[in-house]
Design a protein around this ligand. Sequence first.
Ligand code: CTP
Ligand code: CA
Length: 228
Amino acid sequence: EAYFGETQPLAGKKALVTAGPTYEAIDPVRYIGNHSSGKMGYALAARLSLLGADVTLVSGPTHLKPPAGVTYIAVTSAGEMLDACLTHFAQSAITVMSAAVADYTPTTVADRKIKKGDDAGMIIELTRTTDILATLGQRKQKGQVLVGFALETHDELDHAKEKLQKKNLDFIVLNSARDEGAGFANDTNKITIIDRNGSMEAFGLKPKQDVARDICARIIPLLETSAG
Ligand code: CTP
Ligand code: CA
């Protein structure tokens, strides 16, 4: 796909995008993960690059090929993703956090494969991970645009608005798990963008490439206003 604008509006800007799931190890052969495909984040990285940005894509495990021209950093766990984001955030004019980061990680990782016992059940103790996006929100400086996602199954708008405020975002992209054809594994998505002024725009179901274009179209004017 080509960009038909007169210039590349994001030329000279650095962008940081996260994508995919995180895997939290239980033992050497097992992990706790989720069904994120990474498609939305990879489409965003490709679109930002097409618009001229110098893109770093921090990705959890996916089956996708990194877009051409993007600096690719492969990570596995939420902890590794946090470290990569902290390394790149300060230089990034644009940060889009589309990864499905684990909220909890096993408190200890067994160094040998856990053998099953005679008990009918087992309990794995989990500890909260660091909220990467909230951490970046606290560090955000003037001129930086920070975008997050929210995946909700109920009270979608209230929850998304709360995350927008709490994590100090410029806007949040709401995905409702109730929408058919939207969310993790699909090639399509259906989003609502909610910004700091409380304005809200609901988009139709469309390919993730087109969703990425809609999201980037919202980012460009924010950079222009924060620069001036
Ligand atoms: N996120 C993050 N670090 C985490 C958890 C979430 O950076 N440890 C980011 C996600 O990438 C997403 C946003 O926060 O951009 C919202 O994620 P979501 O799972 O919808 O919300 P949570 O704040 O984790 O709340 P909950 O899962 O309880 O709804
Ligand atoms: Ca979460």
